[in-house]
Every structure is written in C-alpha cells, then in structure tokens.
Ligand binder design. Structure first.
Ligand code: SF4
Length: 325
C-alpha cells in the first residue's frame, strides 16, 4: 500500500451473528455478515465502502467502532489493537472515533433539545462545562450551517438535511479524528445530498478528519472517496484508488454496479450497456465454498465453485479477488 500514515488497519475481521439457537442457547449456525476482510485507511483520507444491502458494510463499520464485538480479527487504530478492549477501556477511543448514522430521523432523540443532543458526548467525556459547554454547542451548530438559536429546538422542527447536520455536529463535539459515516446521505433528497457531501469534505479539510464512508451505490462515494472498497456477501472483492476502481474496474460485480449508475447525458446513456445481474444473492448463513458471486457471474469457471479467490494486488494498489486475474 502507499507510504502515507495508516490510521486504521483492519486485519482479517469477522463478525458472525448466531442463529437457530438450540436447547442450551448454543448456536447451530451463523450469519457471516463480515467474513475475513482486511484493509487500511490512511490519515486524512476517505475510504468509500460500497455494496448492496446485506453485504456487510454497515456491520463492518459498526464492528470497527466496537458497537459490535468482533468475532475474530484485529482493529488497529493508530497502532493500538482495539479488538480485545472492554467497553471501559474503549472510552478514550470513543472521543477519537465517532459515527454519523444513516437515518437522521431515527438517530436523534425526539425528546431532547438539539443543544442536549449535540452536548451529550461533551458531557460523557467532560470536555466542556457550564458556559463553555453552551458556547461550544453553538459553535458546532454554526460549523454545520445551522444557527446558535437552534440549540433550544427539538429534532421534529427540522428538515431531513438539517437533522443530518445536527447528527454531524454531534459527531464533531469531542473533536474526533476518525468518523464512520454510515450511509449519511441515503435518506436525503438528491439536492441535499450534494450539500452534505460538500460539508463533510470541508470539515475534513479544516479538521484533518479521516472517513470511512459507507454507501450502497458507487455514485454516492465517487466524489468524496480517495479509495473505494467493494463488498459482496461479507467479503471485500475489490479495493483501490477511486480513479482505478471507476476507470479500470476488474471484478465482475464492480463492473455490474458501475453499469447501473445513471448517466445524465441521454446520448452517452444510450451507448452504455447495462450488466444485469441474474440469480439470487446466496444466504450469508454458512455460505457455500468458492467465490460467493459465482451464482450471478457470467464468467464463472469450475475453480470458482471450489476455491475462494484471494484479494491480490494487480498493481497500483488495486486489489481484486477473482480467478480471472
Ligand atoms: Fe466470477 Fe469466478 Fe471471478 Fe467469482 S472468481 S467473480 S465467479 S470469475
């Protein structure tokens, strides 16, 4: 990978959820939501993580910040392994690592004022008190394009875009270094999506933030990401610099995702051939051996049913997991 400073290193991360529990609560099988993925995120960069719903991208984000305990693997943050830390030992890292949630309607407590929502983590970490606390909250609201008077209002008084701004102000309250943005624009109107992306980019530049930006389609991560990772059924199938993944995608699944992005120019759109994926996504409960994409892949060959392809560097830090390469 590159020589830039690595802030987050994920090594063979797995998150399995038990299902079909038997008589004594022993699980008979597991949903393998994240099944052995490895990647790094450099300080100050944005890694976009994409894939269809159910591919494990949100579970991956939540496991990295330890909302879920990992089943296996390491989460190295700034040289420290977080994977085995207790929730109490995680407290110093909770300040540095924050999350912006997908649904700005559900993620804000409707009974709390905006000031208290934004101030919640300030109180948990005790970073500002009394008058300084209120000054900080008002400053944060202005930073995200709201006004200081908004602090006494309640979430239902705001539009979707404004609520997401409140969620972003909350995540910034304790001066984080790394933010997991879990589909932060999916629930918003297209016109508002661009505003939120621009704001996240400005904040990144001004505050030196590092992002893991999760989205379900490649068009959403295109402008904000330095690198992009594509997940399919708990596995990383392709990862590389944005221009590489967009311009020279290699994995058949990435190619299909790219072909589904709408093109505004009708003439250009008419020339493009959409790759229609056939077949069902297999169940993530004890998936069969081999490549998990084989049932939907037009290039599948016998080895694809037997051997799980490894992520290989094909040059320029462009990694692909496919037997075609
Ligand atoms: Fe298709 Fe085989 Fe590549 Fe999987 S490994 S994407 S089935 S060609």
């Amino acid at each position: 990978m590159s020589n830039e400073k690595v802030l987050v290193e994920i090594k063979d991360l797995k998150k399995y959820f038990p299902v079909n529990k038997g008589l004594f609560g022993k699980a008979h099988s597991y949903v393998k939501a994240v099944d052995g993925i490895s990647f790094t995120i450099n300080k100050g960069e944005t890694l976009g993580l994409v894939g269809e719903s159910g591919c494990g991208k949100t579970t991956c984000g939540r496991t990295i910040i330890k909302l879920y305990e990992p089943t296996f693997g390491q989460i190295i943050y700034d040289g420290h392994d977080l994977s085995k830390l207790s929730q109490k030992q995680m407290l110093p890292y909770r300040k540095k690592i924050q999350m912006i949630f997908q649904d700005p309607y559900a993620s804000l407590n409707s009974r709390m004022t905006v000031g208290d929502i934004v101030g919640e983590s300030i109180d948990i970490h005790g970073v500002y008190k009394g008058k300084d606390r209120m000054v900080k909250i008002q400053e944060l609201l202005r930073t995200v394009g709201l006004s200081s008077e908004h602090s006494s209002r309640y979430p239902h008084e705001f539009s979707g875009g404004q609520r997401q701004r409140i969620g972003i102000a909350r995540s910034l309250a304790v001066q984080p270094e790394f933010i997991v943005c879990d589909e932060p624009i999916s629930a918003l109107d297209v016109s508002i999506q661009a505003q939120i992306i621009n704001m996240l980019e400005e904040l990144q530049e001004n505050m030196g933030l590092t992002y893991l930006f999760i989205a379900h389609d490649l068009s959403m991560v295109k402008h904000i990401s330095n690198r992009i990772g594509v997940m399919y059924l708990g596995k990383m199938v392709e990862i590389g610099k944005s221009e590489e993944v967009y311009g020279h995608s290699m994995h058949p699944y990435t190619k299909a995702l790219l072909s589904a992005i709408p093109i505004p120019d009708p003439e250009e759109a008419a020339l493009r051939k959409r790759i229609m994926l056939k077949g069902e996504i297999p169940s993530p409960i004890d998936p069969p051996p081999g490549c998990r994409f084989k049932g939907r892949c037009q290039y599948a060959k016998p080895i694809c049913s037997k051997v799980d392809p490894e992520l290989k560097n094909l040059g320029s830090d462009h990694f692909v997991a496919c037997h075609l390469y």
